[in-house]
Write a protein that binds this ligand. Sequence first.
Ligand code: UD1
Ligand code: CA
Length: 529
Amino acid sequence: MPDASADLTSMPGSAISAVIVLAAGAGTRMKSTRPKVLHELAGKPMLWHALHSAAGLAPSRLVAVLGHGRDQVGQFLSDSADLPPVVVAVQDQQLGTGHACACALAATGELTGTVLVTYGDVPLLQTSTLTALADEHASSGNAVTILTAQLTDPTGYGRILRDPAGELTGIVEQKDADAEQRSIQEVNSGVYAFDGAVLTDALGRLTDANAAGERYLTDVVGIARSDGRRVGSVVADDAVETEGINDRVQLAELARVLNARLVRKAQLAGVTVHDPATTWIHADVTIGPDTEILPGTSLQAGTTIGSGCSIGPDTTLIACAVADGASVVRSHCHGATIGARASVGPFSYLRPDAVLEAGSKAGAFVEIKKSTVGTGSKVPHLSYIGDTTIGAGTNIGAGTITANYDGDRKFATAIGDDVFVGSNATLIAPVSVHDGGYVAAGSTITADVQPGDLGVARGRQRTVPGWVLRRKPDSAAAKSAQSALSQRESIGALDESSDEQVHTESPRGQDTTDQPAGDPPSRSTTASA
Ligand code: UD1
Ligand code: CA
């Protein structure tokens, strides 16, 4: 669990003694077995966003008040290596926001200096806004400074009360407000900066004499005022930053706003995003400059992308590392490492521990799991490669399958450098094809192929001459065959040595090699293009 004495002294000169993040509420409107604050936006729980923004202020203490689902939430906090240590305060019963703050102080001990309070279900609040609040608080000498927002529909929020001179005099909750107060559009965001001593004192004087029967944190404002202390406010530049999440509709709305922020950040850092509306970038994703993101692309938690890459369209990368100059087209990749200038897709499925080394390729309809494809090697079409290492400069023919599972256990396949595996081969693991080895198309390989050898394991072709003409004499096939045969006869009669052979197959590119020697009756190429 987080260390209660954690002091972020690595940030010297920190002016904020604590940020208290309230997160004990039930969140019943989420209709979920998961605690509300663990529901995610941009790949991180809303509480993570709240704490991350607070941590940006480098407070001496970061405190989370937990109640409902505190075991799960506490576990999340202790597992989160990307957050500073968090002091966990427990509020067993949700007796109000004031009571929740009192629980925080009980966990930290006396807090002097500036104490900020925020909510765990307000994920869009930015460090810059908290800094503006803290700066105003410090320069004005206020005992309490409130972050307020102007809303066209203030329903449900506490309203900001001001005297005729515009001085803030208090906050009245919706439930306690009269009709005139309810028409006020300036609301309490629930984010405050307090003088720690004033807060401590006022929390001890709160009562639950209100419509909700709760101890309201908002009453600290009135108490401070009646003690003759200064109370002020800062209006949020963008009210959306202060919005809380209560249900999944709001979760999706704020997720979209947060995503727009993350897309914009990437664009300003040199990433071309063709369609911000259909591009999803999680909070911790990094993307290098001159990378291009095509529509329908989702870049999820733990993904890093280098520069000069092309990703998408319609691609999902989860916890993937993509190096410079790589391209991924219409593919789903999870836990994969994609090397420099490697190419993936269209329609590839890369699973955990798939490693494509520099310049390698996983082409169309290829699934790769826990396997390495070496430098410049290619798996261009319709393959399953699992528990396999492939060396450099190797070509795996279309439809090749590594059979790695016998129903009980998984076995490894080793394929060396400059190996050529013909189309539709099945390599039954454990098995090795050593450097420079060849495998004939259509083979089922169960024994190792030594360096430079050709493995052939398939039935030989038997041709039955004239079968169609005899068995299906009136068929279209028979007619075509008949006319082809008579054409051959007449050509043969005209010029036997002519070049005009009826069948010629053009060479089809660099992946296609000549047939390997040693298997005379049929060819042994890949279908590679
Ligand atoms: C509170 C404010 C209101 C403000 C609104 C902004 C009070 C009395 N009212 O109202 O002026 O406009 O926030 O959203 O503070 N929580 C706890 N323990 C509790 C009660 C609440 O941890 O006992 C946490 C909740 O988990 C939530 C936050 O505090 O994150 C706010 O609680 P909520 O019940 O939503 O407060 P509101 O009534 O909306
Ligand atoms: Ca609320």
